[in-house]
Design a binder for this molecule. Structure first.
Ligand SMILES: [Zn+2]
Length: 304
């Protein structure tokens, strides 16, 4: 059931097209003009995958979907044919927060995000695992896993798969080592509802080198040995404004940061990742230049 059967069926069909699988590539799109318009914007840039926020990422107030929004989104999925969709959960959520009030707010916000995404038929919800705020890694990991177990136990209507994102390791954040993510997954009761989202900028800032074929292979092998590639469902392709191991999360245009072009060539051509949606979250700052188009074209041109 996770992700929804229609998504699995879609992936199966894609894999059977002359034995070739076209790459699932996209970007993070704004929902400022409505949830459904993100899909049309993605299609206009020839994307077949995308990520959105289902509401403002920096507010606790939970958005209630209207029937019309759900229908328009459903219609847009059919018209665009895009099914590889992830929703990124709010940055405010911290499942490792030891203050009960804030923790309760985080639980509620994530639960609502999972419910909204399920109603919209979005197969994946991406989450930054959380920060232990000085209480230590082990306690933080336990608190995150307990929180997720609690949500799934009390909310059977969730149909979206929850993906823990690899993070850069700023402050006391958890999820900057593959071991931490594996430890959380280990403690989850409903493993079939979970997975990982790998962010190239974050793993690089966290200290995992991917700048050449040798270091790429080493890092992906590590990921496979510790977490398992079978647990990987989504990839964020971002270059980094900060150097290896700085543990600072600043995204840069593809090929223009400290990671460089080689890593992205590796990701785009790695057969193990062919069916895994890849999206960019690179800067969009200049309204006169379509940076998404440039970055996406750069990635497409890398496919051998
Ligand atoms: Zn990311």
């Amino acid at each position: 059931m996770f992700p929804p059967e229609e998504y699995i069926e879609y992936m199966h069909q894609k894999s059977n097209t002359n034995g070739m699988v076209s790459c699932l590539l996209g970007a993070h799109f704004s929902i400022a003009k409505g949830l459904h318009n993100a899909l049309y914007e993605a299609k206009a840039l020839k994307c077949n995958a995308l990520q959105i926020f289902t509401q403002s990422a920096s507010t606790w107030k939970q958005r209630i979907l209207t029937q019309e929004e759900i229908e328009l989104f459903e219609q847009a999925k059919i018209i665009t044919g895009i099914k590889a969709i992830a929703s990124h959960s709010s940055y405010l959520i911290n499942l490792a927060n030891y203050e009960n009030k804030k923790h309760g707010m985080s639980l509620h916000a994530l639960k609502q995000e999972l419910i909204r995404s399920s109603m919209l038929g979005i197969p994946f919800v991406v989450l930054h695992p959380g920060s232990h705020m000085g209480k230590g890694e082990k306690q933080g990991i336990n608190r995150i896993a307990e929180s997720i177990n609690d949500i799934f136990a009390k909310t059977p209507e969730i149909r979206s798969r929850l993906l823990l994102e690899t993070v850069a390791g700023q402050g006391s954040s958890i999820g900057h080592t593959f071991e931490q993510l594996a430890s959380i997954l280990d403690l989850i009761e409903n493993k079939e509802k979970m997975g990982i989202c790998l962010d190239t900028c974050h793993i690089f800032a966290a200290g995992y080198d991917i700048r050449n074929i040798k270091s790429y292979k080493k890092t992906i092998n590590l990921f496979d040995n510790i977490i398992g590639i079978n647990n990987l469902y989504f990839i964020h392709l971002n270059d980094s404004k900060k150097d290896l191991g700085t543990r600072v999360d600043r995204h840069e245009h593809i090929g223009q940061g400290f990671i460089g072009i080689k890593a992205f060539e590796c990701f785009m051509n790695d057969k193990r990742f062919k069916n895994i949606p890849k999206i960019i979250e690179t800067p969009k700052e200049n309204a006169t230049c379509d940076y998404d188009k440039t970055n996406l074209n750069k990635l497409r041109a890398m496919v051998l």
